[in-house]
Design a binder for this molecule. Structure first.
Ligand code: ZN
Ligand code: ZN
Ligand code: ZN
Length: 365
């Protein structure tokens, strides 16, 4: 896969200029990986991509990591300048960047680095680089959608295999470990997370899988994903171990209809919050409004959670190429929870799902 880093850097420079920033200072983060293909370790020694609005770019790296940087697509793309232990990397930055300007700093920059920059450039202003980076990253190109689809496919396959194996008698922790293993067997470089919430534990949306043994009659929330080429999947299915109770069936059907309604609401130009409203209306009308207490979704890409957020108050219009989750849920304290989650991509013809596993209630052994 060859992402066009030259083009990404050029667009970053253009957007930085439009945002009245002299440069972006990008420390190790998904932003750095996006702009220069360099998956750098996030450590105390300063690594920083300086992407200037005037189009001249530079990567500052600790001397001992120079070979690593040189082995990445950053080599040949921009100048790499190294600094040695005993030198002050912020001195180097202050010689490169003028003081009294405005700069964008990666959202994920450590405080020790940001404070170092502020001390080196005391009359400069810093804002979050996401004012520029979101504009670049929020719409995925074909290659990125393809990577997200491959990650989604790995999640589909893993779910199918786990359902075949059955869950009864296994602990949440075992099932979580098995899901992580399956994601790798199905093509992920590693698992990102694997939430398993069985029975009453399913009522906690981000339950940490523990030693509870899964038994017949449990509804089990499985929320998992893994990485392919730096891009992440994120899918949730709720299964019934043995025949479901009438209540589990009913609640599952409400969530399924809410997920479908949100899916159908996706169209370029529609404000993100309308997708949230579509899901919430179905759940509210069924009488479970207060049991759906999180946003309907989040963008996904190089991060598990990124823009656009599918939440009340986000009036940002959806655009073709945006990729995000649709994951309504109903959580009944002390009883069970149900969530159904797919990653979708907005297209000119509406939404396309990047997960294909059935959204009907799956009965497993
Ligand atoms: Zn979540
Ligand atoms: Zn999820
Ligand atoms: Zn999610």
């Amino acid at each position: 896969m060859g992402h066009d880093y030259q083009d990404r850097l050029a667009r970053a420079a253009k957007e930085a200029a439009a945002a009245d920033l002299d440069a972006l200072v990008i420390t190790p983060s998904p932003d750095l990986f996006y702009l220069a293909g360099y998956d750098a370790p996030l450590l105390e020694r300063l690594t920083a991509l300086i992407a200037r609005a005037n189009g001249s770019h530079l990567l500052i790296v600790p001397e001992l990591e120079r070979p690593r940087a040189a082995a990445s697509p950053a080599e040949g793309l921009l100048d790499i300048q190294s600094w040695g232990d005993g030198e002050d990397p912020f001195d180097i930055v202050s010689r490169i960047l003028a003081d009294g300007k405005r700069y964008g700093a990666t959202d994920r920059m450590w405080a020790m680095h940001l404070l170092g920059l502020q001390k080196a450039l005391p009359s400069s202003g810093f804002v979050l680089a996401s004012v520029v980076m979101n504009r670049l990253r929020v719409r995925k190109d074909e290659e990125e959608v393809e990577l997200l689809a491959r990650a989604g496919h790995a999640a589909d396959e893993s779910f199918a295999q786990l359902s075949q194996e059955g869950l009864a008698g296994r602990t949440e922790h075992d099932v979580s470990r098995r899901l992580s293993e399956l994601l790798v067997e199905n093509g992920c470089t590693s698992a990102a997370f694997a939430i398993v919430g069985s029975g009453p534990n399913g009522a906690s949306p981000h339950h940490d899988p523990g030693q509870r043994s899964i038994c017949a009659g449990d509804a089990v929330v499985l929320d998992f994903g893994g990485w392919v080429g730096g891009y992440c999947s994120d899918m949730t299915r709720t299964v019934s171990v043995g025949e479901p109770s009438a209540e589990v069936s009913e609640v599952h059907e409400v969530v399924r209809r809410a997920q479908e309604a949100a899916f159908r609401a996706v169209e370029p130009g529609v404000p993100a919050q309308e997708v949230d409203r579509a899901a919430r209306k179905v759940i509210k009308d069924a009488g479970y409004g207060d049991r759906f207490f999180h946003r309907t979704g989040h963008g996904i890409g190089l991060e598990e959670h990124e823009h656009p957020y599918i939440v009340e108050g986000n009036t940002e219009p959806l655009e073709a190429g945006m990729c995000f989750s649709i994951e309504p849920g109903i959580y009944l304290d002390g009883q069970f929870g149900v969530r159904i989650e797919d990653i979708v991509t907005a297209t000119d013809q509406g939404a396309r799902r990047l997960n294909e596993a059935s959204r009907d209630l799956t009965v497993v052994g």
